[in-house]
Write a protein that binds this ligand. Structure first.
Ligand code: HEM
Length: 410
């Protein structure tokens, strides 16, 4: 066996931060689904890659979140003294019922299909203003200059962040995603996470004061009032969940727009089809979500001993990593070439928004934002071309999959 072949044969099946994996995780998923669909990682976690098990686990009440137990197992008991971990432990995303039900119930009304559909004119206005600014230049970075502004502006609107405070969010760092990856953080990464969290906490405490004095028609006012009420949420829960909403509300959507635009331009027949038939946009967005999801994984913990998950036993307390990006390419569900982008594909039901009680709160909002952004871009800049569609620069994170930049000209 050549050295290269030997290295390949002994390489771990799951090395999600390796450059090769970040560039193209899909051949790795294919191998996992075929060879070991419930694979135990070097860090002792159960990695689930087929659609049937991923879809089952995210909805199964025998699995929960148990963030504190999971983190202390991985890092030791002192980890909960770290501000960033303490804050994450209060996210609704990391809670089991009844706390999850209580926290989600406080904000769910702002995300109903009706409320979000009402935001469409505002979304269109932001996209048009963004394009008005860049069109005279003849080139832009589709991530920084285009995809980024929309979700940030919308989540600032929803949280009641005043216009004059927003510039820092438009120019802020997008390096927080590493904390979600299933590879332990180094002490330096934990320190960086703490520093970013403390800055956000300081800002949001000021915003809470402002909204106590000047209530508005926004989520922050709603949550501040719930906190004052006493029994509905604590001050720590308030801060943590506002930070969650802010983060979840933009990074993921920026990447849906970016990954979708890259996929389209790498498949010129599909790009031409969408330009010719703009009414395909709704199905195209589902296909972009399926084809290259901006969230690749979500996690659960076994709340009891599980006797049989695709032939494996999972002891109580063990972590299960659900590979959403792999489930979306499972030929068992998409027999017609799952690795092909097809914006007319029937019955696309991506698992990119997770499932069960944690199903993404912002799913419909993200869909509409991506729909308006991509269809407006194709309509207003039909000549747009990517400068380098073959070797784009990916962000070095696994769970949040997205591009660092995507330069384009017209
Ligand atoms: C393409 C864009 C997005 C993707 C792919 C995405 C994906 C996800 C996933 C996979 C989960 C976890 C589901 C689970 O564990 O079963 C989730 C939860 C969540 N998402 Fe999103 N998301 C997106 C956009 C948004 C937006 C725009 C918002 C808010 C403005 C948002 C807010 C949330 C919240 C609050 C949760 C936690 C819900 C809970 O625990 O009950 N997301 N999202």
């Amino acid at each position: 066996m050549s050295e290269h072949a030997e290295a390949k044969a002994t390489a771990p099946l799951f090395n999600p931060l390796s450059p090769d994996f970040i560039r193209d995780p899909y051949p790795h998923y294919d191998l996992l689904r075929r060879v070991d669909p419930v694979h135990i990682t070097p860090h002792g976690m159960y990695l689930v890659s087929r659609h049937a098990e991923v879809s089952g686990v995210v909805r199964d009440k025998r699995f929960g979140k148990d963030f504190v137990e999971r983190s202390t197992r991985r890092y030791g008991p002192k980890i909960m003294d770290e501000p960033i971990f303490r804050s994450m432990s209060h996210w609704m995303l990391q809670q089991d019922p009844p706390d999850h039900t209580r926290l989600r119930g406080l904000v769910v009304k702002a995300f109903t299909a009706r409320r979000v559909e009402d935001m469409r004119p505002r979304i269109q206005e932001i996209v048009d203003q963004t394009l008005d600014r860049v069109i005279p230049n003849g080139h832009m970075d589709l991530i920084e200059d285009f995809a980024f502004r929309l979700p940030v502006t919308i989540i600032c609107d929803m949280l009641g962040i005043p216009e004059e405070h927003r510039e820092v969010f438009y120019t802020g760092s997008r390096d927080g995603g590493r904390i979600l990856d299933p590879v332990p953080l180094s002490p330096q990464e934990i320190a960086n996470g703490n520093a970013t969290y403390m800055m956000s906490q300081m800002y949001f405490q000021q915003l809470f004061e402002l909204r106590r004095k000047q209530p508005g028609d926004d989520l922050t006012t709603q949550l501040v009032q719930a906190e004052e009420d006493g029994s509905k949420l604590t001050n720590e829960e308030l801060t943590s969940n506002i930070i969650l909403l802010f983060g979840a509300g933009h990074e993921t959507t920026v990447n849906l727009i970016g990954n979708g635009l890259l996929a389209l331009h790498r498949n010129p027949d599909q790009l031409a089809l969408l330009k010719a038939k703009p009414e395909l946009i709704t199905n195209a967005i589902e296909e972009f979500l399926r084809y290259d999801s901006s969230v690749q994984m979500t996690g659960r913990v076994a709340l009891e001993d599980i006797d049989d998950l695709a032939g494996k036993k999972i002891p109580k307390g063990e972590s299960v990593l659900c590979l959403l990006g792999s489930a979306n390419r499972d030929p068992a569900v998409y027999p017609d070439s799952p690795d092909r982008l097809d914006i007319t594909r029937p019955n696309v039901r991506p698992l990119s928004f997770g499932g069960g009680i944690h199903f993404c709160l912002g799913a419909q909002l993200a869909r509409i934002e991506a729909e308006v952004a991509i269809s407006t871009l194709l309509r207003r800049l039909p000549e747009l071309r990517l400068d380098d569609a073959e070797n784009p620069e990916w962000r070095p994170t696994f769970v949040l999959r997205g591009l660092k930049r995507l330069p384009a000209s017209w």
